[in-house]
Design a protein around this ligand. Structure first.
Ligand code: 9UX
Length: 72
């Protein structure tokens, strides 16, 4: 079963940044959907926690060169 989580992403300056992060997230095994919004600095990710952990999603964002922050 899947879960939806949100991540705040700092450092995006253009639409290509947002698209690149979406592609990175969608390339991860266990990620079903990913939408990154430049305006709100938020990503909404639908994922299977049995296949990929929340912290791995944060790490993938960080590894692509942006800062990922937990939204509480
Ligand atoms: Mo273009 Mo967005 O190099 O950082 S992808 S500004």
């Amino acid at each position: 079963s899947h879960q939806v989580c949100r991540v705040r992403i700092r450092g995006m300056t253009c639409t290509s940044c947002a698209n690149a992060i979406e592609s990175t997230l969608l390339g991860i095994h266990g990620v079903k959907k990913a939408q990154v919004a430049l305006a709100t600095e938020e990503a909404e990710i639908n994922y299977d926690p049995n296949l990929v952990s929340y912290s791995e999603l944060l790490k993938a964002v960080e590894d692509s060169g942006f800062e990922a922050v937990l939204i509480t």
